[in-house]
Design a protein around this ligand. Structure first.
Ligand SMILES: NC(=O)c1ccc[n+]([C@@H]2O[C@H](COP(=O)([O-])OP(=O)(O)OC[C@H]3O[C@@H](n4cnc5c(N)ncnc54)[C@H](O)[C@@H]3O)[C@@H](O)[C@H]2O)c1
Ligand SMILES: [Zn+2]
Ligand SMILES: [Zn+2]
Length: 361
């Protein structure tokens, strides 16, 4: 018997989301049914609603979540009912060409549930990032459940499932920022702030937060920014160079996903420095750069999918840092809301009122 629960669905491009009845099958082989306790509202959910990811409407939104495993399919051994888990969208397959090369953080064949959750009339839902967690119970591949210490509350732990991990990993894994390095982070929402926090943990000594919103800059300082640049009032490239001895930062993380901020990132980094694009652009955007600068400035232009994380390695690590008081996960939770408030939370995100609104179930 499918479980009849409530979930947040985007039915059509650009339309407000609605809370609908969702039917969730019992877990089959390789699957786990998870009772969601908390799920953060990420900018990527808005991208889905706006048709910016693909056209597979209707979407079951929500993907940065923590909860408790309720039941598992017959053959599942990696998690058991009662486990406190953070959901991930990188259930490493172990078999694809990336995994076989020993780079599972790129896994090209990550697992999702095989059975589909549906609307009451049987319409199949496309779960956001293969998760779909603005819902009382969700069905995922068991490998999408990463068991963690319940020391961190679900509201905070769930954020590891996407934005916080993506930002932290963009700086630390993809950008490989380290002791004594300088870093600039352009766009300090949930993702960018996590990059700032990650850079502090990694020992960066100059951490420059860039945003158009004064509140974001203030919050970024709390996460460890040593300097801030107001992109609406100052020349970003010039200011980052000034703050780094005239040279530019060793690593620049772009956490907006726009051509103009990407270009700033490109020129705000030192010669042979690294640009990390973690912001997700929409399909129509293009970047034009002088080829001589691509060559002459050297270094690396990287993209960061999910912070190049390995959930089994990185989620427990970040919970440990949280327990040690070195990583303020709670600081990302601006407010807790109900399922019916997700559309309003999108508006708050656009106004810049929040780092993360977190749905509590
Ligand atoms: N690569 C990944 O794996 C991954 C994972 C999660 C989210 N993302 C993406 O990361 C991006 C950020 O997500 P978020 O949840 O933090 O969103 P957000 O809306 O909370 O943050 C975006 C920030 O950028 C700032 N901003 C906007 N225009 C700017 C400009 N011109 N200069 C400087 N700052 C500017 C905003 O004020 C805001 O603080 C999104 O594109 C999201 O889709 C990527
Ligand atoms: Zn793989
Ligand atoms: Zn996300």
């Amino acid at each position: 018997m499918p479980h009849e629960v409530r979930g947040v669905v985007a039915r059509a491009k650009g339309q407000p989301v609605s809370t609908e009845t969702v039917l969730v099958p019992d877990p089959g082989p390789g699957e786990a049914l998870v009772r969601v306790q908390a799920c953060g509202v990420c900018h990527t959910d808005v991208h889905y609603r706006e048709g910016g990811i693909n056209d597979d409407f209707p979407f079951l939104l929500g993907h940065e979540a923590a909860g408790v495993v309720e039941s598992v399919g017959d053959d599942v051994t990696d998690v058991t009912p009662g486990d406190f888990v953070v959901l991930n969208w990188r259930a490493v397959c172990g078999l694809c060409r990336a995994c076989r090369k020993g780079k599972p953080w790129y896994c090209f064949d990550t697992h999702n549930a095989v059975q589909r959750m549906t609307l009451a009339d049987g319409t199949e839902l496309s779960p956001a990032l293969g998760i779909g967690a603005f819902v009382e119970k969700t069905l995922v591949a068991s490998g999408q459940c990463t068991k963690v210490d319940p020391a961190a509350p679900a509201t905070a732990a769930g954020l590891l499932g996407c934005g916080v991990m993506a930002g932290f990993g963009a700086a630390v894994n993809t950008g490989a920022v380290g002791r004594g390095d300088s870093i600039a982070v352009i766009g300090c929402g949930g993702v960018g702030s996590a990059a700032v926090a990650g850079a502090r943990v990694a020992g960066a000594t100059t951490i420059i937060a860039v945003d158009v919103d004064e509140r974001k800059l203030e919050w970024a300082r709390r996460f460890g920014a040593t300097d801030t640049v107001h992109a609406g009032q100052e020349d970003v490239v010039e200011r980052v160079r000034e703050l780094t001895g005239g040279f530019g930062a060793d690593v620049v993380v772009e956490a907006v996903g726009r051509p103009e901020t990407y270009e700033q990132a490109f020129y705000a980094r030192d010669l042979a420095g690294t640009v990390v694009l973690v912001g997700v652009p929409t399909p129509e955007l293009t970047v034009t750069l002088p080829m001589i600068d691509l060559f002459g400035r050297g270094g690396a232009l990287k993209s960061s999918w999910y912070g190049d994380c390995l959930p089994s390695r990185d989620f427990p690590l970040l919970i440990d840092l949280y327990r040690q008081g070195r990583f303020d996960l709670d600081g990302f939770v601006s407010e807790t809301i109900a399922l019916d408030d997700v559309e309003e939370a999108f508006a708050k995100m656009h106004r810049g009122d929040v780092l993360r609104s977190v749905v509590v179930l």
